[in-house]
Design a protein around this ligand. Structure first.
Ligand code: NAD
Length: 252
């Protein structure tokens, strides 16, 4: 393993432009379960019934059954892996992160250039009034939270939707542009905590590879379709700090 860590660090330190592509697996050690590992959300809730905008519009109360479970685990802290990525950005080794996560932990760790490809749960929207509410306000509401605005003299009461991207929704334009900006010219991508099964997000490491860049993966279970140049199997909170330490030592 140490040899692979050294190799990953050498490639990262020598890259012209290195980026990170992250998924739910980086947050499991902070206490947020991922979706596809044993016991994960999608092993208990059918994505077709709970993970689409169509499902939400049909029965928002039912979908909030799952969202409420997610909400309970969202007040957590970044782990050593998140902190290591922030150190790498501060030291100028990482240009930015494209994350599939909605939990804001990369920003909480100190990363400043983070593209939230699937939105975030910092805000919630009323699809009828087209008004956004901050998470702190929504957390004070009973579940499912309902729009408190007055419409023609009575409460709107429409059930709010978190501003996260459901499976049948388009990626927000701002995220597409932000990700494109990061990926363009990248010659190294560190893929962390993602099964790379959700498209179009999973195109990101493939694009770096197509433009001649190196793909290094850190995953508990290796992603099946990724075809990386180097695969480090193990914990994000252990392997990524080890890579960062090595990168920073190479500079010294
Ligand atoms: P996924 O559940 O499909 O895959 C997670 C991957 O991370 C797996 O390969 C697993 O082996 C690996 N993993 C788990 N724990 C790990 C650890 N401690 N160290 C290293 N690797 C670890 O997740 P995905 O690919 O991100 O796709 C799921 C979708 O669900 C994403 O679109 C994401 O937006 C969403 N989601 C987000 C959160 C969050 O914001 N924290 C949580 C669950 C799901």
């Amino acid at each position: 393993m140490q040899e692979m860590i050294n190799q990953a660090a050498q490639w990262l330190a020598g890259a012209h432009k290195a980026i990170v592509f992250s998924g739910a697996g980086v947050s499991t050690e902070s206490g947020i379960p991922d979706f596809r590992s044993a016991g994960g959300l999608w092993t208990r809730y059918n994505p077709a019934e709970y993970g689409t905008l169509g499902a939400f519009l049909r029965d928002p109360q039912k979908v909030w059954g799952m969202l409420a479970e997610m909400e309970q685990v969202m007040n957590v802290k970044p782990n050593a892996g998140h902190l290591a990525l922030a150190r790498l950005e501060r030291a100028g080794y990482v240009a930015g992160i494209v994350t599939q996560n909605i939990d804001g932990l990369h920003q909480a760790a100190g990363n400043t250039n983070v593209v939230e490809y699937h939105g975030s749960n910092r805000t919630y929207s009323c699809l009828r009034c087209r008004v956004r509410f901050p998470r702190a306000e929504v957390q004070q509401m009973p579940v499912p939270p309902r729009c408190p605005r007055l419409v023609e003299g009575s409460r709107c009461d429409t059930i709010l939707k978190p501003d996260v991207v459901f499976f049948d929704e388009a990626i927000p334009m701002q995220a597409v542009i932000g990700a494109d900006h990061l990926v363009r010219g990248a010659d190294f991508v560190l893929v962390v905590g993602t099964s790379c099964e959700v498209y179009p997000a999973a195109e990101i490491p493939q694009q770096v590879r197509r433009q001649g860049g190196r793909v290094v993966e850190v995953n508990m279970e290796l992603a099946r379709g990724l075809n990386s140049h180097l695969s480090l199997q193990g914990k994000f909170s252990q392997i990524v700090p080890a890579i960062a330490e090595r990168v920073l030592a190479l500079r010294a």
